[in-house]
Design a protein around this ligand. Structure first.
Ligand code: SF4
Length: 114
């Protein structure tokens, strides 16, 4: 058995977009529950992982998810124009949205001018 690090645990957690149960993580990493708990605790303390209570077959465990990095607000702007999705009330069909197309066109112009 190789030594598992927090980074190993984080990679497994991050690869499961819907999260992974701590009891499953332990098996995937091939570590005992104590070691798994230590790895997870460190990841939580570092803000890399979020943990919530979960019951599977009546047994208490935890659901682990990678923390999301806060969005960069500048990515929502094309120049001074805010992406239309923020206040949109239309039924969304992204591929056919003229509002989004106009915004992306504006974004492309802004990038060319920089
Ligand atoms: S892509 Fe268009 S329809 Fe969808 S949320 Fe954005 S602005 Fe609204």
């Amino acid at each position: 058995m190789t030594v598992k690090t927090e980074d190993d645990a984080f990679e497994v957690i991050r690869s499961h977009r819907r999260g992974v149960l701590q009891s499953e993580l332990r098996k995937m990493l091939d570590v005992d529950s104590r070691k798994c708990s230590r790895l997870v605790t460190k990841l939580i303390e570092d803000g890399r992982v979020e943990r919530s209570d979960y019951r599977k077959d009546g047994v208490k465990t935890f659901l682990l998810r990678a923390s999301r990095a806060p969005a960069d607000p500048s990515l929502l702007l094309a120049g001074t124009e805010l992406i239309p999705c923020v206040v949109c009330e239309h039924e969304c069909v992204v591929e056919e949205c003229p509002l989004l197309m106009d915004w992306m066109y504006q974004l492309a112009i802004e990038e060319i001018q920089e």
